[in-house]
Ligand binder design. Structure first.
Ligand code: X90
Length: 279
């Protein structure tokens, strides 16, 4: 039986080598151009273009057809999406599943609403790979990954929330606070929405706040997946901070692709990590 993992592009992962893998692209749409969030896109170029573009820039989720295309070539599919509370990705993937299994009744598809994005989705993808490689049955993998989801967390640090506010994904009062020079909003994905927990001054304080929140949420040497929007320096500092307490911790640093870069904006960090049970 052939397994496949399909993720939308907000996981920032385009190539995986353990299990058959595909991504579906979100899009960033300006008055001048549509940017398709795939491996070929020049993210730096997009971020620079958008600095001078006129009018509001919007995003859109992958459509049903794109999900259906990505499902092809497998007997068992696990699809994973950015939180359904901020995007239509999950709904589109569910519609695609219904259509696909009508035409291919022998195929099984489980769609996972990550209630998160970025590095926390990566953790779930890695868990799926592990369970598939262990040769577990489809239903068991589905149940185990849903249980694992309860133990993974997301924390972010954002220097600007302008694009989130313009697209109605965060309260504009919170975005206004982040607009002050040097201020960062550090927060979590709580029940699948952006939860601004702290307002801090300066990058050093932001990193210290991130790490202390991680420990409060039960981080104890497990996996950490750091996504950054052109802020490799801070990603490395955070990695060293974690390693000084947990020298064997499994930590990866990955640049944000287009969707996460657009919303996290330059300097943004999105971190997925393993911790205590959320519920
Ligand atoms: O369907 C669409 O157009 C996509 C909309 C996505 C909106 C939210 C993207 C958030 C990206 C920002 C920092 C992390 C926040 C996590 C909250 C769950 C990353």
């Amino acid at each position: 039986m052939k397994y496949k993992i399909v993720s939308d592009s907000s996981s920032n992962l385009f190539i995986r080598d353990k299990v058959l893998y595909a991504t579906t692209p979100l899009k960033i749409i300006s008055s001048e151009k549509e940017y398709v969030d795939d491996a070929a896109l020049n993210v730096r170029g997009m971020v620079d273009d958008l600095k001078t573009v006129k009018g509001v820039v919007r995003t859109s989720c992958p459509n049903t057809g794109e999900w259906i295309e990505a499902f092809e070539g497998a007997d068992y599919v696990f699809a994973i999406t950015i939180t359904s509370n901020l995007s239509g990705c999950y709904n589109a993937a569910m519609l695609a599943k219904e259509q696909y299994i009508q035409e291919h009744p022998e195929v099984k598809i489980h769609v996972i609403d990550s209630y998160s994005t970025g590095g926390e989705m990566q953790l779930m993808i890695e868990k799926l790979e592990e369970l598939i490689e262990e040769g577990k049955p489809f239903e068991e993998i589905a149940a185990e990954v849903e249980a694992y989801k309860d133990t993974t967390h997301l924390i972010f640090s954002l220097q600007s929330l302008t694009n989130l506010a313009r697209n109605g994904r965060v309260n504009s009062a919170v975005a206004a606070i982040a607009g002050v020079l040097g201020i960062r909003i550090v927060g979590a994905a709580t029940e699948g929405v952006l939860d601004p927990k702290h307002k801090v001054r300066g990058e050093k304080k932001a990193l210290a706040t991130i790490y202390s929140d991680m420990k409060e949420n039960g981080y104890n040497g497990g996996k950490v997946r750091i996504n950054h929007c052109f802020n490799i320096e801070s990603a490395e500092i955070l990695k060293e901070k974690v390693l000084s307490d947990f020298p064997t911790a499994d930590i990866e640093i990955i640049p944000c692709s287009a969707l996460c870069s657009f919303y996290a904006e330059e300097g943004g960090l999105i971190i997925g990590y393993e911790g205590k049970n959320k519920h």
